[in-house]
Ligand binder design. Structure first.
Ligand code: G
Ligand code: G
Ligand code: MN
Ligand code: NA
Length: 254
């Protein structure tokens, strides 16, 4: 694992980049949005995945600085795309620590105000279901405040926490991202398929938009459509792409 000091230097030296993975409506074929995923272009170690540096940041203030870099980079990229006539919402992953930092709302608002070209609904925040559960009342207040400034939420890795009717009622998050664990094995494992069906039933009962992660093949997509899940993300649709490659991918896809 990399040290905190090395991560801080990497941030200052511009060694981090965002890749963007498409989310599509599998019924209509329309591009629904993009998820920003961080990578570290480490000069000595090559491209590092988040698992090799995000855990080091956990509960450290530097995770807020990195989180702000992610949001600002995604907004800047959206602004460039929009000037080129490519206007698609982007979701960024946000840590529980960052979400609950004292001046989160004010700082988010000022980042958005630096991009008046982007309309409301351009930015979505993905928060892990498990971390939302740990601080339910604070997170649900932030989710409501964000709705007021046009920023929506998704519960990430949904199904890995203690999904219950009671807490979904309290957490007005717009959409649910079904964890890829249940999606990836749905074709082979009847238990995972049963869990997936139950999650989709829960989402629909609460009239929540639901998106499946880990759509690794056309067969996954077809079965998901049969189960009433239209939105998907996964290697079977596209791997995460460099920002410059996204508009070309979208043109070829549609
Ligand atoms: O892209 P990849 O599969 O390597 O991502 C692994 C994990 O890292 C995922 O759970 C993802 O949510 C998380 N992750 C990716 N990018 C970011 C980011 O910019 N911020 C945070 N907090 N997590 C991220
Ligand atoms: O934030 P989240 O935990 O959803 O992170 C998504 C991660 O899953 C990304 O790092 C991305 O690289 C990875 N991923 C996206 N699609 C697929 C897929 O179809 N299969 C697998 N195994 N991983 C995927
Ligand atoms: Mn995510
Ligand atoms: Na996820």
């Amino acid at each position: 694992h990399e040290s905190l000091a090395r991560i801080r230097r990497g941030l200052e030296a511009g060694e981090f980049v965002l890749l963007y993975q498409p989310k599509v409506n599998m019924r209509t074929g329309l591009l629904n949005g993009l998820e920003a995923l961080i990578r570290w272009h480490h000069p000595e170690q090559g491209e590092l995945e988040p698992a090799s540096f995000l855990p080091v940041l956990e509960d450290h203030p530097l995770s807020v600085a990195l989180g702000e870099w992610v949001i600002e980079s995604a907004l800047e990229r959206m602004g460039r795309w929009k000037r080129d006539g490519f206007d698609v919402p982007v979701s960024v992953n946000i840590s529980a620590r960052h979400l609950q930092s004292p001046d989160f709302m004010a700082r988010l608002q000022s980042m958005l105000m630096a991009h008046p070209e982007l309309g409301p609904g351009s930015l979505e925040l993905e928060v892990l279901e498990t971390s939302a559960l740990e601080s339910m009342s604070q997170v649900s207040r932030i989710v409501e405040e964000c709705a007021g400034i046009g920023v929506s939420f998704a519960l990430d890795d949904f199904g890995t926490g203690y999904s219950s009717l009671a807490y979904l009622k309290r957490l007005p998050a717009a959409r649910l991202k079904v964890d890829q664990l249940f999606v990836r094995n749905m074709l082979e494992d009847p238990d995972d398929l049963a869990i997936l069906e139950a999650i989709l039933g829960l989402a629909h009962a609460f009239r929540r938009e639901v998106i499946a992660e880990g759509v690794e093949s056309v067969r996954h997509g077809k079965l998901l459509l049969q189960l009433g899940c239209e939105l998907g993300q996964g290697y079977g649709i596209s791997r995460p792409l460099a920002g410059d490659a996204v508009p070309l991918w979208a043109a070829a896809w549609s």
